[in-house]
Each structure stands twice: as structure tokens, then as C-alpha cells.
Design a protein around this ligand. Structure first.
Ligand SMILES: [Ca+2]
Ligand SMILES: [Ca+2]
Ligand SMILES: [Ca+2]
Ligand SMILES: [Ca+2]
Length: 326
């Protein structure tokens, strides 16, 4: 029986011969396989050697995850605040409108620190959103207020707040975008990303006491490539058609998380597909937030067995087959 090696380096069959999985990128295959192959010219490797490769990869993932508060300097939440994502160092950026318009790295872009607080080459700049506002919402407090009570706003249905993030390692990122208007909670905003058709609305309700998808934030999965047109993330927050341009649409902040490599059915991201993944699959199907809080660094889309972008009943049969075959 084949064994799934932690970190999706590849598959070890009964002869302990590595077979790199077809789902990982060419670049990823090369880097990971090189670690394994360097220990045996005959391509015969041990599981222990590949687990070492996993540890190295986990480090690079956290170095490509970021928490960002949009607001005045010094108003960021504390590092133990997770919001709807992972805890870690919060950057504060003004997200000031800069010209000329460009999607690539801008001379006036701001550098980001990763979750561990280490400096990185990842930079962000903004075009379109004109006002940096702060309102004291009566229901937010503490770190929630630090993130949500200040925001960059646009007041036009035709000019969005456009944030461009450059310098990211290639991969798939989960982007959690906070777009909730303090005080004037009736405001609804739209959130979209370049190269994506999914444009959810967010807002329209008072602070719920904690983060709620569709009220305080949206989630998108965005792919970054090493070449071509998708080398950056382009985020856009705007006033929907018929919306209130006087109040405007807010961008309170965002979180970026580099997702683990594709590993279908591995719901706890331990590198194995087995009975321990059943509980995670069930919660991914029935209660997304419960799944996320139990598996904060994993990838809920490991349950999306038919790869249609959502987790549903259509994924059950394939998941059961994967566990039985595991
Ligand atoms: Ca703030
Ligand atoms: Ca903010
Ligand atoms: Ca597992
Ligand atoms: Ca699916």
C-alpha cells in the first residue's frame, strides 16, 4: 500500500521508491524532491528523510503569512489576536493612494513583517481609496476595535480601494478581507480580486461580537505564480451599485495565509489520509468555522474532492474512497 509522506513530498510505495505526486507544482517538486534524492542516487529514500523536508517547508509557509491592519501607525492589534485567521505580528499600513497606477512593486510600497515579526520582501501599495478614517463603534473593543474601527475608504462606485501585494512566494493564499463599517453598520461593500469572478458582499449589520463571514470579512483563495500575469495579489473593495457613496466602502485590514500544498482528504494536514481525517471532513462539511478553529493552519479545501471550489455532499463518496485506500 502506498504511503502519503508528510508534506506531500511524494508517495512511497512498498519498495520505498518515491513517486512525486502530480498535484504539486513543478518548482515545488524540484525543491522537495532534491532534498530527498540527495540522500540516495538510486531514488530509494526513507520516510524519515522526507519528514525532514516537511519541517523546512513549514517554516517557509509561516514566513509567507501576514496580518495587516489598515489605519494610523501604532493602532494595530496585539500579536496574540487571531481575528478570523492566525495570530501573529500585525502590520499597520496607511494604504495611502499612490501614483502612478501600477500593479507591480511600487516605489512607495510599504514592506510587511511576517507573523513571527521578521521583515520580508513582500510589499503593498494602494490606488483609489482616498480617506483614512477612524470611528469609535460602541460595540467593538480591544483588538477588535484596533482592527475594525479604522479603515481606508472609497466614496465612488467606479473607483475602488485597490491594494496590490507583490513579492509573495508562488502558491495558493487564503485572503481574509475585513470590510465592515464601524458606527454606520448598514453600509454594504463588495470585495473582489483580480483574475477572480467571486464578488461577495460584506457588512450590513452591527458588530456581532466576533468575526462573522459575510458581516465583518470575506475569504478568497488566490493563486500567485512565479511568472506570467498572476505574480501579485490585487484586492479591490468598492461601493456596490446603488450603495451609499457618502459613507463609502471600508477596508479595515486583511490577513494572508500561504496554504499547505494540495493534499486531498488530509483534513488534519498530518500528511496521512486515514480514519483520523473523518472528524475533520464532517466538520468541514457541516460547520466551517468549527473546522477552522480545530485546524487553523490546515486547508479546508482538502475536503473539496471534486475540486469545484466548495465542500459539499458531492465530495463525500470520493473522500470515503480516499480514506479506504489510504
Ligand atoms: Ca488600527
Ligand atoms: Ca483597521
Ligand atoms: Ca490526515
Ligand atoms: Ca466540492
Amino acid at each position: 500500500m502506498a504511503t502519503v509522506v508528510p508534506g506531500a513530498v511524494g508517495l512511497l510505495d512498498e519498495k520505498n521508491t518515491i513517486r512525486v505526486t502530480p498535484t504539486v507544482s513543478r518548482d515545488y517538486q524540484y525543491r522537495r524532491a532534491a532534498v530527498c534524492f540527495s540522500f540516495g542516487r538510486t531514488y530509494v529514500v526513507t520516510r524519515i528523510i522526507c519528514v525532514v523536508a516537511l519541517a523546512a517547508a513549514a517554516t517557509s509557509a509561516s514566513a509567507q503569512s501576514f496580518n495587516v491592519d489598515v489605519g494610523a501607525p501604532g493602532t494595530e492589534p496585539s500579536a496574540d489576536y487571531a481575528a478570523a485567521g492566525l495570530p501573529g505580528k500585525w502590520n499597520t499600513i496607511m494604504a495611502t493612494h499612490v501614483t502612478p497606477f501600477m500593479t507591480g512593486p511600487h516605489p512607495q510600497a510599504e514592506h510587511l513583517f511576517d507573523l513571527a515579526g521578521d521583515p520580508t520582501n513582500v510589499v503593498v501599495h494602494q490606488f483609489g481609496g482616498m480617506d483614512l478614517n477612524q470611528k469609535n463603534d460602541g460595540l467593538t473593543a480591544g483588538d477588535d476595535a484596533a482592527l475594525m474601527d479604522d479603515y481606508r475608504a472609497t466614496h465612488s462606485t467606479s473607483l475602488e480601494t485597490c491594494l496590490y501585494i507583490n513579492g509573495l512566494a508562488p502558491g495558493r493564499y487564503e485572503v481574509t478581507t475585513y470590510a465592515w463599517m464601524p458606527v454606520d453598520n448598514q453600509m454594504v461593500s463588495k470585495v473582489r480580486f483580480d483574475f477572480q469572478s467571486y464578488i461577495p458582499l460584506v457588512g450590513g449589520a452591527a458588530w456581532p461580537g466576533h468575526h462573522v463571514e459575510g458581516v465583518t470579512f470575506t475569504r478568497h483563495i488566490v493563486t500567485v505564480t512565479s511568472g506570467g500575469s498572476m505574480t501579485f495579489i490585487g484586492m479591490h473593495v468598492g461601493v456596490p451599485s446603488g450603495g451609499n457613496t457618502t459613507l463609502g466602502a471600508p477596508l479595515n485590514g486583511f490577513q494572508l495565509r500561504l496554504l499547505p500544498e494540495d493534499a486531498p482528504a488530509d483534513m488534519d494536514c498530518d500528511g496521512f489520509v486515514n480514519g483520523r481525517d473523518i472528524e475533520g471532513f464532517v466538520s468541514a462539511l457541516l460547520d466551517e468555522e468549527a473546522y477552522r478553529s480545530a485546524n487553523p493552519t490546515c486547508n479546508i479545501y482538502h475536503a473539496d474532492m471534486n475540486n469545484n471550489g466548495s465542500v459539499g455532499m458531492e465530495d463525500v463518496a470520493a473522500f470515503v474512497s480516499a480514506v479506504l485506500a489510504g
